[in-house]
Design a protein around this ligand. Structure first.
Ligand SMILES: Cc1ncc(COP(=O)(O)O)c(C=O)c1O
Length: 484
């Protein structure tokens, strides 16, 4: 502990007008329990007396007694310190109290707490790393920009900031969206969130009543399903085939749904793109039924193999599409920045709801992100990462080639950070490879309604080429063995 510190914060005393014994015991216990650590500086007796609301004389007596007992040490001209030999337990655990009673969560709470689908592994293995490759991220540039942003942030930004997001970032994003994704919007239509999940939760709160039907891709991104369920939506699973969401099934099952959630450019997790015919049918349905389409363009920056797929937003003539984007894949996931493009009036409503939850996203990160974009680093990084992921994807596909003869198929429509490998035996292979240190999710684990057509999701974005190589070798030998 630094000897230059202005003095430790003192432990509370139980009495409002403490006596000498109260102060003595509070300090002594804190030292013996390790809450005031050896070497830590005590406030001067004058300050401590003021803190406790006692006379300076009383405090001097307590300090002297603790010095005599060897718990405090006074160094002439420097101050009073916790003595080096005080080595109490450093645990901050609750002591001398009855244990907490058995948890009595609500039925809703128990159900929510039991849903582990969004609890992501922090240790990466082949193939559980559907994240950005942080080894390729330009850290020195980001650190420099963040330091500059911290310096330039105004004192006013240390108070409550705009719940719609920093104007600078909203305008950088509007520019970036037009340039990179062909999404045309004004900065006033952009609203900043911490994540797509948060955006979806707030949108569902705004646009639906509890129990209103929402079309959801089946299989789907568990985070999206969870966010909509949290907001009280009644999920109507709509199967996905090679052309994406089967709009005609939605029309049969819940024509009056209020919302439809889709990942049209690169369906999560199957990887297919929503066909033009289905896009038109979906937009048509939304217009006729006064419903909203939530377009999750989570990895739209990463380009395509063959014909580019433009976002649904650009096709939409009747303003029924609410566009959602994230910086989790193009930057890194712990940045916690995402955004929505919605009508201006909806920005205000969402901002009002957000203030009832967590107010706004951290301005420092927003400012740094805006500068990273405006100075051109973002487009340089995305362009470079397209190449990095394309290389990883090609490497993975090459390693998987032997499986093509045993009936395994895979979809490579975009260069993203994951690939779906399909085969009816997927579950068995998943079980076998677990022992050899691979972590795979089956297609069925993303499904609402399990089906025979199973698969394995290979999330490779955050893995190095050697990790992909060793993973794919283990996977291919396990898959081949299951065919013998
Ligand atoms: C389909 C889809 N949407 C959104 C996200 C995550 O976005 P965010 O981190 O902004 O919630 C993911 C992450 O894997 C995803 O797969």
């Amino acid at each position: 502990m630094s000897r230059r510190s202005r003095g430790a914060l003192l432990p509370p005393v139980p009495a409002s007008q403490p006596r000498r014994a109260d102060v003595y015991l509070a300090l002594r216990n804190a030292m013996l329990q390790g809450l005031l650590a050896p070497g830590e500086r005590m406030p001067s007796s004058r300050k401590a007396a003021a803190d406790y609301g006692v006379s300076r004389g009383l405090l001097e007596e307590v300090y002297s007694q603790l010095v005599e007992e060897g718990l405090l040490e006074r160094i002439l001209g420097r101050g009073t310190f916790i003595a080096g030999q005080v080595a109490g337990p450093t645990s901050t655990a609750r002591v001398g109290k009855a244990p907490y009673p058995e948890l009595s969560a609500s039925t809703r709470g128990i159900k929510l707490a039991g849903n582990l689908a969004c609890r992501v592994a922090q240790e990466f293995k082949p193939f559980n790393a559907g994240v950005a490759d942080t080894a390729e991220f330009p850290w020195p540039i980001w650190q420099r920009i963040q330091t500059r942003a911290a310096r330039d942030l105004k004192r006013a930004d240390m108070n409550f900031t705009d719940p719609r997001g920093l104007p600078a970032l909203r305008s950088s994003l509007a520019h970036h969206l037009a340039q990179l994704r062909g999404v045309r919007c004004t900065a006033e239509q952009v609203i900043i969130f911490n994540s797509i999940q948060q955006a979806m939760y707030l949108l569902a709160l705004l646009l639906t009543n509890p129990g209103d039907a929402t079309w959801m891709e089946d299989p789907a991104y568990p985070g999206a399903r969870a966010a909509l369920e949290l907001a009280g939506s009644a999920i109507v699973p709509i199967p996905v085939d090679r052309e994406g969401l089967q709009v005609e099934v939605g029309l049969q099952r819940a024509p009056n749904a209020r919302l439809a959630y889709v990942t049209p450019s690169h369906q999560f997790p199957t990887g297919v793109a929503l066909s033009m015919e289905r896009r038109i049918a979906l937009l048509d349905w939304a217009k006729k039924h006064d419903a909203w389409v939530l377009e999750d363009d989570y990895d739209g920056e990463f380009g395509y193999v063959g014909q580019p797929v433009t976002p649904l937003h650009s096709l939409d003539q009747h303003a029924r599409v609410l566009y959602l984007g994230t910086l989790s894949k193009s930057m890194f996931v712990s940045l916690r920045l995402a955004f929505a493009v919605v009508p201006e009036a909806m920005v205000e409503q969402l901002a009002n709801i957000r203030t009832q939850l967590d107010a706004f996203s951290a301005p420092l990160i927003q400012l740094a992100m805006s500068r990273f974009m405006d100075e051109g680093h973002f487009s340089t990084h995305v362009r470079r990462m397209r190449g990095v992921y394309a290389e990883k994807c090609a490497f993975l596909a090459e390693g998987l080639a032997p499986l093509a003869n045993c009936g395994w198929t895979w979809e490579v429509n975009t260069v993203g950070v994951q690939l779906m490998l399909r085969h009816p035996d997927a579950l068995e292979v998943q079980r076998t490879v677990k022992a050899s240190g691979l972590a795979l999710h089956s297609l069925n684990s993303y499904r609402h309604t399990p089906a025979d057509d199973d698969g394995l999701l290979l999330r490779f974005g955050g893995l190095s080429i050697p990790a992909i190589r060793s993973g794919v070798e283990r996977l291919v030998s396990a898959a081949r063995a299951s065919h013998r």
